[in-house]
Design a protein around this ligand. Sequence first.
Ligand code: ZN
Length: 148
Amino acid sequence: MRLSPSDVRSTSARALRHVALTEMIGFGVIVAVIWLDELFDLPHRLFGAPVSPTRLTEAAMESLGVVLLAAIVLLSTRRLIARVVYLESYITLCAWCRRVHRDEQWLSIEAYFARHQARTSHGICPDCEAKALGDVHDAGRGVERARS
Ligand SMILES: [Zn+2]
């Protein structure tokens, strides 16, 4: 499946919404458990622990701590997803032959840009790597012949 840079951005945006929603649900469950524990003394009701007094201030402080932690986690997640979206917007080019690496294939740059517009970075394809290594070996043999 080919994804254009705009497809990548929308896919990552969906992933961000899904991750953020999951995190918010998780933190919401934690806050709910804090209040259920404080209002209904869950350890006493579920496990027969000694009765503990209701302290609403304690539950409010714990909830505030969880909400602050949730805000930090959500901001960090948002920043990480933005970074992933940014990095996924780049494509890899062979620095030797200029073919484009996309979806496990090396396409000609013309074929790629006929379909997409994107920012670029550099790499080396297997053909150019083998050719470059062959050139290095050939150069080494030439030096050996010159010495003997
Ligand atoms: Zn190449």
